[in-house]
Design a binder for this molecule. Structure first.
Ligand code: FES
Length: 346
């Protein structure tokens, strides 16, 4: 059984399953409520029930008093609807600052996605969550005071674990440590969220995503968020890597492309296929610079698009120059490589 929730003052509506909290359903549908712990303890998700009823099981959560209830207040991370609802809460907008937290995390899972890319899943303490926008990044705080920045690869509706894609950088002491010495159950301290690389979803224009290497990570989070929200404008993912063996998790965008008519996945290899590549694969492979592929696929120009680029600064800068010449409006190019004094590990 499901119920319908209407948010005031935005007028957004979404469905909540009977076993789901209002907050979980809102995030699943891409609506950003304020929240902190998602465990009933901090009060950050408190809002008003204007119409309808909610249920908390046997006890009220710690951050909700009887007096709150008598005033019509609810904790949306715990409240399960028992009727259709209308609720009053200020959704978190693009210009709102999210709280930056410093938190210990435990390495829940470490897996190799390719010969040089590791995926880490980090678990936050039971009573903590980190609210973020898809595409933002965190810093890992090293014991000697240095920081290493990595993009969040998961979307906010799927925030039980933090997902990072880490590529081994030659001579990079931290990435070498992650590859060889970091183990599941180890503790990493993180700080975040940071960054302004996130989807401007009000625009509703066709989207081009341009990723280089593990620049796919924040774009994965953004696309998963966009799909959860039901955005259905045309989306084109161009993913540039050196050779086929550098493409990791490629089944995921291939699956999106197979099932969603508005989603297109175009891998681009910077090196020509080798003599050992099977002829059928070699024919299908496009090689060259990823930004050149975008320009050649849209000969009519890029005026109607928003572009999100993430990857090595050289790719991001080349894309900006090429797309601007090809009709893209400057303020419709979003990237994370521009934000850092020292480039983020990609
Ligand atoms: S009480 Fe902390 S997020 Fe709901």
């Amino acid at each position: 059984m499901s119920f319908t929730v209407r948010i005031e003052p935005s007028g957004h509506t979404f469905d909540v399953e009977s076993n789901e909290s209002v907050l979980d359903a809102a995030l699943r549908h891409g609506y950003s409520f304020p929240y902190g712990c998602r465990g009933g303890g901090c009060g950050a998700c408190k809002g008003k029930v204007l119409n309808g009823t909610v249920d908390y099981g046997t006890n009220l959560p710690p951050a909700l008093s009887e007096e709150d209830v008598s005033r019509g207040l609810a904790l949306f991370c715990q409240a399960r609807p028992s009727s259709d609802l209308s609720v009053e809460i200020k959704e978190v907008g693009e210009s709102d600052n999210l709280e930056i937290k410093t938190l210990p995390t435990k390495v829940q899972k470490k897996e190799f996605l390719s010969h040089d890319v590791v995926r880490l899943y980090l678990k936050l303490p039971e009573i903590e969550r980190m609210q973020f926008r898809a595409g933002q990044y965190i810093d890992i705080l090293l014991p000697d005071g240095r920081k290493r920045s990595f993009s969040l690869a998961n979307a906010p509706h799927d925030d039980a674990l933090i997902e990072l894609h880490i590529r081994h950088v030659d001579g990079g002491d931290f990435t070498g440590y992650v590859m060889d010495e970091l183990h599941e159950k180890d503790i990493l301290r993180i700080e975040g969220p940071h960054g302004s690389f996130f989807l401007r979803e009000e625009a509703k224009r066709p989207l081009i995503f341009m990723a280089g290497g593990t620049g796919f990570a924040p774009i994965k989070g953004i696309i998963e968020h966009a799909l959860a929200e039901g955005l259905n404008q045309p989306m084109y993912l161009y993913w540039g890597v050196r050779t086929e063996k550098d493409l990791y998790l490629a089944d995921l965008p291939a699956k999106w492309a197979k099932h969603l008519p508005h989603f297109h996945f175009i891998p681009i290899f910077s090196e020509q296929p080798s003599a050992t590549t099977p002829a059928s694969n070699a024919q299908a492979i496009r090689s060259g610079y990823v930004h050149d592929a975008v320009v050649s696929d849209f000969p009519e120009g890029l005026e109607k698009f928003d572009v999100y680029a993430s990857g090595p600064p050289v790719m991001v800068h080349a894309g900006f120059d090429a797309f601007k010449k090809h009709g893209l409006l400057e303020d419709r190019y979003f990237s994370d490589a521009f934000e850092f004094q020292t480039p983020k590990a990609k």
